[in-house]
Design a protein around this ligand. Structure first.
Ligand code: COA
Length: 150
């Protein structure tokens, strides 16, 4: 089982390798450094012994958490590593007052959509042609905070 801990600058080489293998338009090194430097962001990695095998990044704007990036190394997928990352993130975000969570996901990314739906995210809209590499639409997904549901 992978350990979940805060991301460090020294993780970024392995994080970038996963990012580049996972996305047609990967984040740059600077994009990760920017998130790591922000007090309003949470950046977590999943580590198998010394190897980074996945990560998740979220940032809070006003009272909403935006889930910005999530990927798991191809060889480690379907082992509930994304599940562990999401659960830890929701736990940490839950400690701060907020209205809920939002994210964008490619319309064709059925596996990720299914995963988010299992956490109670629902599709609330579409951003037409959001992804510049192929003009694909993004689904906007939303999940209320537990406080909003109480
Ligand atoms: C999406 C991603 C993060 C999932 O990571 P993972 O560690 O393999 O996911 P988990 O093992 O925690 O899967 C949790 C659930 O999500 C769903 N799921 C995940 N991968 C799936 C797949 N390839 N096909 C169908 N369902 C899938 C399943 O419901 C799964 O539960 P189950 O195994 O009990 O059926 C990983 O495939 C990835 O890095 N993809 C490329 C980057 C990406 O698409 N990120 C999300 C962008 S918004």
């Amino acid at each position: 089982m992978a350990e979940i801990r805060p991301m460090r600058l020294s993780d970024l080489k392995m994080v970038l390798e996963i990012e580049e293998a996972s996305y047609p338009r990967p984040w740059s090194l600077n994009a990760f450094i920017t998130q790591l430097a922000k007090d309003s962001s949470i950046c977590l990695v999943a580590v198998d012994e010394v190897t980074v095998v996945g990560y998740i990044i979220a940032t809070q704007y006003v009272e909403v958490w935006h889930m910005l990036d999530l990927a798991v190394h191809e060889e480690y997928r379907r082992k509930y590593i994304a599940t562990d990352l999401i659960e830890r993130l929701l736990e940490l975000c839950g400690c701060k007052k907020h209205r809920g969570f939002t994210l964008e996901v490619r319309k064709s990314n059925r596996s990720a959509i299914k995963m988010y739906e299992s956490y109670g995210f629902i599709c609330t809209g579409i951003r037409k042609g959001y992804y510049r590499d192929n003009g694909e639409d993004a689904l906007i997904m939303w999940k209320d905070s537990e406080d909003m549901l109480a």
